[in-house]
Structures are given as C-alpha cells and as structure tokens.
Design a protein around this ligand. Sequence first.
Ligand code: FES
Ligand code: FES
Length: 202
Amino acid sequence: MFDQSRKLAVSRRFFLRGTGVAAGGLALLGDARAATATDEPMISGPGMVPLTVNVNGRSYEISAEPCVTLAELLRDGLDLTGTKIGCDRGSCSACTVWLDGAPVASCMLLAIDVGARAVTTIEGLAHGDTLHPVQEAFIAHDAMQCGYCTPGMVMSSAALLERDPHPATEDIQAALSGHICRCGGYPHIVDAVLAVGQTRKA
Ligand code: FES
Ligand code: FES
C-alpha cells in the first residue's frame, strides 16, 4: 500500500475531472463516479483511489491519490528507486520507463492513467544476475559518471535496439535526444549503444 506517512501534498490542481481522465484510469476507479455517464463532471480524489498496476511482470494492488505520477508511484509506493526524477516536468528523460515496450517519461503520466499497460523499469531489464546487454555495455564503455541519467538512458537505448538491432550513430543520437546528461557523458553512451549493435551484427 502507498505509504501514508509519505503521502504527497494534495492540491486542487491535481483533481481530475471529466475528459481529463483516460478510459484506462476510469476503469480502475470501480465506483459510481466512474460508472455513470452523466453531464456531471467526474471527480476522483483527493483521497486515495484503488489501482492495479503491472510492473516488471508483477501485478500490484495499491491505493494512491489521483495526483500521483507513475514516477512517484514507482519510487515511493513500490520502492523501485532505479527510476530517477530529475526535472519532474518532461524535460530531462531521467524518469524514462517502458509502457507496453515504448519509452515514456513517467513523471508526465498519472498513475491512474496507466491502466492495464505493462510497465517496465530499469529493475525489470536484467534477468536475475544477468544484466541486459545495454547495461553491460554502459559498464564496459564507462558510460556513466554520477549515474543519475543512466537508468533513463539505458531504457531508451534498449527500446531503440528492440526496434533497430543495429542502429547507426545518428539513430542513437536521435533516440537519446530528449535525455540530458549533466555530466556530459554522451560520447561514451553512444559508443556503448553502438557496441551492442555491432556485437549483434557480428
Ligand atoms: S524527471 Fe521526467 S522528464 Fe525529467
Ligand atoms: S552520468 Fe551524471 S547526469 Fe549523466
């Protein structure tokens, strides 16, 4: 359950009304507010609402305020702190996770809007002690300094390699163009992703 002691401050800005709520989120509310189609604005919160989220192949039943973002839910509700929050406004991509295999900024998505889509975080990329090839390549190419941007970089790089097993430098730069590395580690990061593609080619 979401830790009440760490509950986030409620603001009227975060009340969800009518069309501002996606169908997937409504389905999770499970009460009369979601079930009736009237002209009345539908409001959820500010109290907790029940959610079911599928993260890294595991289903979690959890309650959270409607204003809670997916990034906050992962970190504070599920203790999956590999996902980082940098800007918290969609500008740095540090919080990137996969939603049904596609990279998204988890700070820009409300947890109640995730619905039945599968969330994959950096914790779900490795198989036990076997790291994902991108994680191995980041280590081999010294592609991190402070490491704060690294989980997001890895998630987007791994998604790119799913789409294109042998990306060129320009493809990698385009795929990572929304990611900010304040340590300036871009050359090593691109080298790492290039190396994974070249290894697969070989
Ligand atoms: S923390 Fe989500 S984009 Fe920066
Ligand atoms: S390694 Fe420090 S922000 Fe990228």
